[in-house]
Write a protein that binds this ligand. Sequence first.
Ligand SMILES: NC(=O)c1ccc[n+]([C@@H]2O[C@H](COP(=O)([O-])OP(=O)(O)OC[C@H]3O[C@@H](n4cnc5c(N)ncnc54)[C@H](OP(=O)(O)O)[C@@H]3O)[C@@H](O)[C@H]2O)c1
Length: 262
Amino acid sequence: MKIDLTGKTALVTGSTQGIGLAIAAGLAGSGARVVVNGRTPDRVEKAVAELRATGADASGLTADVASAAGVDRLVKELPAVDVLVNNLGIFGAVPAFEITDEQWSTMLEVNVLAATRLLRAYLPGMIERGWGRAIQIASDSAVVIPEEMIHYGVSKTALLSVSRGFAKAAAGTGVTVNSVIAGPTHTAGVEDFVYQLVDRTLPWDQAQREFMRTHRPQSLIQRLIEPEEIANMVVYLSSSFASATTGGALRVDGGYVDSILP
Ligand SMILES: NC(=O)c1ccc[n+]([C@@H]2O[C@H](COP(=O)([O-])OP(=O)(O)OC[C@H]3O[C@@H](n4cnc5c(N)ncnc54)[C@H](OP(=O)(O)O)[C@@H]3O)[C@@H](O)[C@H]2O)c1
């Protein structure tokens, strides 16, 4: 299977680092023109430069897509895309009884409403042109609700519903809408987090295996997922090869969710 996204424009939200940047690199590596997004010009420029250094056709759009005004501005500057990846998502541990109304609202605004606004803005154009891909990055927390961040889990469950609903709205049009259930991933800050919990003298590979064995025993791969492994699924879903996959929630969770389906 040789994936060729030449001629396609892809927007990846929250892509100055981590999974978003890996997705942008993966899409660009398959020939797409990628648009990187983040809240500050310098971080967006740095990510764009990093991608261009690999030969990617990359540009950047600085916008806070968690606000209606930010989305409006972004859509004005980039009125049409062929591939929309709603990667932006925030998380943070708060004990169940201490999550405030404000924290609930922020979580839903950033993790659900931002993606919804962008789907509303870009899907009609894709439908009109008869081809398009929209992919939402969800989490294992959507189906295994973490006690220490219920609001995050709920936001990701809602994102699965948003995704399924918009797939129905695009039925029969050549446009597919899916979500990806990402599992525990090796992103910025994770190494510090791991070394807080295991012997600091262990080399990274052993440290992460010890962390997984002790703290994430449900994982079947018994290591953190690399961002590129999430990106691989997104690139496939963005391609013409995935034309019969829509309305789905595809797992790249290393077997973390103990279920045969979602
Ligand atoms: N990491 C994991 O283990 C894991 C597991 C499952 C699912 N996920 C999901 O995967 C996605 C990416 O996670 P990650 O860990 O790679 O994230 P991350 O490292 O925290 O990166 C977040 C990105 O979003 C950008 N951003 C934050 N707020 C923004 C806003 N309002 N508007 C535009 N951009 C914004 C940041 O850029 P600036 O700071 O430059 O604005 C950054 O590029 C999220 O949806 C997350 O829930 C992650």
